[in-house]
Design a protein around this ligand. Structure first.
Ligand code: BES
Ligand code: MG
Ligand code: ZN
Length: 490
């Protein structure tokens, strides 16, 4: 599909579908919109009146048209009172869903006080996400007689670079979605490593995959303990993007990569959502998604992408509740609950990342149900030891329209994860479960500024809404990319 920005205005639309955005409360048809209305014999004003369309964010009217040459459908879409980039991105996704069975589409926005480049980027992101459909596991994909071939962004000339930037970013979001949505019999630790290999080959990144034996030599007892009941060998994946010139900054991104989380001997029971636990590698999927984007954009910053990939299973070889594991920094962990496994895999990954002497470490993990209880399905929790990093990530999330919320590293709660027999317990009490999980991770960082995102909620959407079609969302690839690009610019 080709997307292009043109200087054309409403009345010069080209194509089967015309989508017109409206700011809430500014529905009057003026200038080029009045001309369009005239050209269409008052059709637009008629639709507005008949449907009581007000331009509210998220609202839309989509109408099949007969009797007007070349035009098959009109879509009116609301941008809300403040036509923010978020609202524009969401509106574009709505338009895409309404227009997808046609060959060509033109989108016209009202005059908005925002950077045209940013608008074109947001529109493209929304369009591509709204059109996304995963039919990999259907024996017969839906028959499409027609498919969108071209989209024109009216009134947005000279925005090709921003359109291409959005296309590149969404290629990483879609990789993350596909990895998360594919079940555990497809996306195994080996498959994660093979995806990393493809990214490395295609975009010239460095790749090191530590096998089980390598991890033993590095004394990664926590990571290996989690994987020991699986029939599939664990893979500790480390992709490195090195810019052409010597970088002034180095960062590491670590993604929790449990390709399946059964809970282990503390097996997840009925109603626990065990059948959704293919998504427990969403942190790793976002890490690879970001690597795919950064490999293409080639910013001036060194980035390490790390996925400690394994499965949490049961067998005669499974960890027992009560076992004591030793992580690669020497800390001992009493396993109170085998279902609190993500933090064990991350412990060794954090220790590994800190040895790379990076400026920042960010981990992403579908770590706790407690975080979903605290913040709901749409918002990730953020914990960090560093105010600069907090500011950077909050800005990046805001720019991307992905929601994160700062949570406390309340040191008093550390008492809950002290073990009488080992250094740490892997779970505290139920109360504040996402906070004690973050405090646990902090034990594996010495001094590098670090942030942890608990993404258990927003990596999956039960219903289609905004830019997310129901299913895997690819969260937070866009935030990661935005963060890395901003760091590289400084
Ligand atoms: N992978 C889960 C967390 C999770 C829950 C992710 C819901 C996505 C949706 C994690 O490994 C887990 O099982 N956490 C336990 C921790 C508990 C045993 C302390 C949880 O949240 O119940
Ligand atoms: Mg678990
Ligand atoms: Zn898990």
């Amino acid at each position: 599909m080709e997307i292009s920005g043109t200087a054309n205005l409403e009345q010069d639309w080209i194509g089967d579908v015309l989508a017109i955005g409206f700011i809430e409360g500014q529905i009057a048809l003026e200038n080029s919109r009045a001309q369009l209305d005239q050209k269409l014999n008052g059709l637009v004003s008629e639709i507005i009146t008949e449907s009581k369309f007000e331009g509210k964010a998220g609202s839309n009217v989509s109408l099949k048209i007969a009797g007007i040459k070349d035009l098959k459908r009109i879509i009116l879409v609301g941008l809300g009172k403040e036509p923010s980039l978020d609202n524009i991105r969401n509106a574009a996704a709505t338009v895409a869903r309404e227009a997808k069975k046609n060959k060509s589409l033109s989108i016209a926005l009202p005059v908005i006080e925002a950077d045209a480049q940013k608008i074109a980027q947001a529109l493209t992101e929304g369009l591509l996400l709204g059109l996304y459909k995963d039919e990999r596991f259907k024996s017969e994909p839906e028959k499409k007689e027609l498919e969108l071939e071209s989209v024109e962004l009216l009134g947005l000339p000279d925005t090709q670079a921003s359109i291409e930037l959005a296309q590149t970013i969404i290629s990483g979001v879609i990789l993350a979605k596909e990895l998360v949505a594919a079940p555990a019999n497809f996306v195994t630790p080996l498959e994660m490593a093979q995806n990393a290999y493809q990214i490395a080959q295609q975009y010239g990144l460095g790749l090191k995959v530590l096998e089980e034996q390598d991890c033993k030599e590095l004394a990664m007892g926590a990571f290996l303990g989690v994987g020991q009941a699986s029939n599939l060998p664990p893979k500790f994946i480390h992709l490195t993007y090195t810019p052409s010139q010597k970088a002034s900054k180095k960062v590491a991104i670590i993604g929790k990569s449990l390709t399946f989380d059964s809970g282990g001997l503390n097996i997840k029971g009925q109603g626990s959502g065990i059948e959704t636990m293919k998504m427990d590698m969403a942190g790793g999927a976002a890490t690879l998604g970001a690597a795919k984007v950064i490999g293409q954009l080639k910013p001036e910053i060194e980035v390490h992408f790390i996925c400690a990939a394994t499965e949490n299973m049961i067998s005669g070889n499974a960890m027992h509740p009560g076992d004591i594991l030793t992580a690669s920094n020497g800390k001992t962990i009493e396993i109170i609950n085998t279902d609190a496994e993500g933090r064990l895999t991350l412990a060794d990954a954090l220790v590994y990342a800190e040895k790379l002497e990076v400026d920042y470490i960010v981990d992403l993990a579908t770590l706790t149900g407690a975080c979903v209880v605290a913040l709901g399905d749409d918002i990730a929790g953020l914990w960090s030891t560093d105010q600069d990093l907090i500011d950077q990530l909050q800005q990046a999330a805001k720019d991307s329209g992905e929601k994160i919320w700062l949570m406390p590293l309340e040191s008093n709660y550390f008492e809950a994860i002290k073990s009488p027999i080992a250094d740490l317990k892997n779970v505290g009490s139920r109360a504040g479960g996402s906070i004690t999980a973050a405090l646990f991770l902090k034990e594996f960082i010495k001094e590098t500024p670090w942030a942890h995102l608990d993404i258990a909620g927003p990596v999956w959407a039960d219903k289609t809404s905004g830019i997310n079609n129901a299913g895997a969302t690819g969260f937070p690839v866009r935030t990661l990319v935005s963060w890395i690009l901003a760091l590289a610019d400084h």
